[in-house]
Design a protein around this ligand. Structure first.
Ligand SMILES: NC(=O)c1ccc[n+]([C@@H]2O[C@H](COP(=O)([O-])OP(=O)(O)OC[C@H]3O[C@@H](n4cnc5c(N)ncnc54)[C@H](OP(=O)(O)O)[C@@H]3O)[C@@H](O)[C@H]2O)c1
Length: 298
């Protein structure tokens, strides 16, 4: 028993070490992508984790999300741990004025990195969805990402250095029944990132598509999905930052790699069928709720 406890402790220590950026890696990030990094969606989940890793690496941060109170909490927590400068920008990126506010607030800063993590999902039967909600998600996940990426691509190309991390997902690689429009937004992000990585390389700008599997964050609640397995944000943040400047797409975390590589040889139509089962399971409670609401037996 004691033998297993010791080995489990060593394994945990090893995982903790793997989930930390080395000093060399922190210096690389600061040198290549400092002095300032912009992180949208920085109040929660993956964006918050990436922001914290960047703070630890010594980059100054522009933190964005919609709610000032949450951003103030993040700012306070980071300020207590790291000697960096922080600017918070409460702005809803689904509105053009929100993107403009972020751009205006960074005018005087030496920005070298853009992380676009603001985003969310919807789920359920497409015919039951509200067009208003689907269009709003499209604005946040695609239109806002396009606008902000367009601006900073230009700026980074002019200054001949920079990095851009766009948040894709494993759902980007095939159609996903019961989350059709969300998966389509991520296919857009993935495709855009792959092409920009090539176009911007001659200008010294690195573009990365980060495509995680399920991650424990605010995402599941907002998208009304139930995840049976998930990674922690701390398991995806470091692999994403390590991949920047080295790869075009990163599948962060062991679970993500298993989920994607296990389907590598399956034809695309087969992947869609498998996703029907997977997402069907993650949204089953929604159909059960409908049956209960209609007063029928499950
Ligand atoms: N979690 C997963 O399983 C998973 C897997 C693959 C990819 N992703 C992608 O990863 C990204 C981050 O998701 P997450 O898991 O970290 O979810 P999360 O915990 O819900 O974080 C989403 C962040 O985006 C912000 N946000 C949402 N709508 C916004 C808007 N209109 N304007 C500005 N900020 C907004 C949220 O802040 P406020 O609500 O405070 O504004 C929050 O900071 C998303 O693009 C998601 O699609 C997630």
């Amino acid at each position: 028993m004691q033998f297993y406890a010791v080995h489990l402790k060593s394994l945990k220590t090893l995982i903790d070490v793997v989930m930390q950026l080395s000093l060399k890696e922190k210096n690389r990030l600061k040198r290549k992508y400092g002095k300032w990094a912009i992180v949208t969606g920085a109040s929660s989940g993956i964006g918050l984790e990436l922001a914290e890793q960047l703070a630890e690496a010594g980059l100054n941060l522009v933190l964005n999300s919609r709610y000032i109170d949450r951003l103030r909490d993040v700012e306070k927590s980071f300020k207590s741990k790291y000697s960096i400068e922080i600017k918070i920008v409460d702005a809803d990126v689904s509105e053009a004025s929100g993107i403009e506010k972020i751009i205006q607030s960074t005018q005087s800063l030496d920005v070298g990195l853009l992380v676009v993590s603001a985003g969310y999902g919807t789920s359920g039967l497409f015919i039951d969805s509200s067009l208003h909600s689907e269009v709003d998600m499209l604005r946040v996940n695609c239109e806002a990402l396009l606008s902000i990426t367009h601006y900073y691509s230009h700026k980074f190309a002019q200054q001949k250095r920079g990095g851009i991390i766009l948040m894709s997902s494993i759902v980007a690689f095939q159609g996903v029944p019961y989350s059709a429009n969300y998966a389509a937004t991520k296919a857009y992000v993935q495709t855009l990132a792959e092409a920009l990585a090539i176009e911007l390389k001659p200008y010294g700008v690195d573009v990365l598509a980060a495509a995680p599997g399920p991650v424990e964050s605010g995402f599941a609640m907002r998208s009304n999905m139930k995840m049976s397995m998930s990674l922690k944000p701390s398991q995806v943040g470091v692999p994403i930052l390590r991949a920047l400047g080295r790869k075009t797409t990163v599948l962060p975390g062991v679970l993500t790699k298993i989920l994607v590589y296990s389907l590598r040889t399956v034809p695309r139509w087969g992947k869609v069928k498998i996703m029907e089962k997977v997402m069907g399971g993650m949204t089953k409670h929604q159909r059960q709720q409908v049956v209960i609401q209609n007063g029928k037996q499950l």
